[in-house]
Design a protein around this ligand. Structure first.
Ligand code: NAP
Length: 296
């Protein structure tokens, strides 16, 4: 993701007519962020794996009079990521911001992507790297990249007891061997490790591209129990979680999806958020991430 070639449109500042690409705009935080940006008249490209769901979301957003396009992107299938980026470049549709929002969380069973990589790392990290890599050199100065971090990368109390990241190396994380059956927290560790990588990815993009005017930050939305992220949990856990969601949402460190979406839309597009580029951001303020996240 380094700037080996000069950007194709170095003399053009990122304009307000260029769209914002948001991955995973069909549910939870992505959907609410798309709504928040549409309300402000920001043109959008919904990058979604389920076109029917994407078209439904777009139809509702179009009523606000904003420009909305839907394009297919399955982050767990690298061929579709390439078709997506090739399509944007061929059509000359270069985003002013890319919000790497889509994400999955598995439970204990190891699942693999279409390319046979571990599903969490493939979706949350590798797919987004493959998305950014060809687009960054085309983006204009003033453009932004936002990745989705999470306090789970740190683990412990601030992460509501979620197990923290266990980093090894990317090859091992993408192609792990089947975990022992008793290792119930494997899926959760894979998730927190993917979030560590998402934070580090934002730092890396920012460091490599800031000189060309393209900035990046990582956003922690806080715990939002009302989204679909726990949909791979066992049914009983999901039912308990759903009942407890209104209470959990009031705890410190938790947030409503609406407030997190407004903050994410602000971070991706507001001139006021420029000083937060290069940072891990929660509720419009910079926050230190774990020491490991700063290592290249
Ligand atoms: N919820 C929380 O407490 C929390 C806390 C911290 C960070 N986050 C982060 O916030 C982001 C959004 O999560 P959420 O809570 O809003 O979850 P969500 O409701 O499950 O939404 C996830 C979105 O990602 C999409 N997606 C999943 N796999 C994909 C793939 N292979 N290709 C393209 N899109 C894919 C889903 O599409 P479909 O509609 O087709 O399933 C959905 O639109 C994630 O990055 C998550 O890690 C969430």
């Amino acid at each position: 993701m380094s700037p080996e070639q000069p950007p194709a449109s170095v003399d053009l500042p990122a304009t307000h007519t260029a769209p914002v690409v948001i991955t995973g705009a069909t549910s939870g935080l992505g959907l609410a962020t798309a709504r928040a940006m549409a309300k402000q008249g920001i043109p959008l490209i919904l990058a979604v794996r389920n076109m029917a769901k994407g078209q439904e979301v777009a139809a509702a957003l179009l009523r606000s009079g904003v420009r909305v396009a839907v394009r297919r992107l399955d982050l767990a299938n690298l061929a579709t990521v390439k078709s997506f980026t090739d399509g944007l470049i061929e059509d000359g549709v270069i985003p002013r911001a890319i919000i790497c929002n889509a994400g999955v969380q598995t439970f204990d069973r190891l699942q693999r992507s279409a390319d046979q990589f571990e599903l969490t790392m493939a979706t949350n990290v590798l797919g987004h790297v493959a998305l950014l890599d060809p687009l960054l050199s085309h983006m204009a100065p003033g453009s932004r990249v936002i990745t989705l971090g999470s306090e789970t990368h740190r683990g412990g109390l601030r992460a509501f007891g979620f197990p923290g990241a266990r980093w090894s190396n990317m090859d091992e994380l993408l192609s792990p061997t089947e975990p022992a059956p008793h290792a119930k927290d494997n899926g959760l560790v894979r998730y927190s490790t993917s979030k560590l990588a998402c934070i580090a990815m934002a730092y890396e993009v920012d460091e490599s591209w800031a000189a060309r005017g393209i900035r990046a930050a990582s956003f922690d939305p806080g715990l939002m129990p009302a989204t679909g992220l726990a949909c791979n949990y066992p049914n009983i856990v999901q039912r308990i979680y759903a009942v407890a969601a209104p209470l959990i949402a009031r705890l410190p460190g938790a947030n409503s999806v609406k407030i997190s979406a407004e903050n994410l839309a602000w971070l991706a597009t507001s001139p006021e958020a420029e000083p937060l580029m290069g940072c891990y951001v929660a509720a419009r303020k910079p926050r230190k991430s774990s020491p490991l996240s700063y290592s290249p």
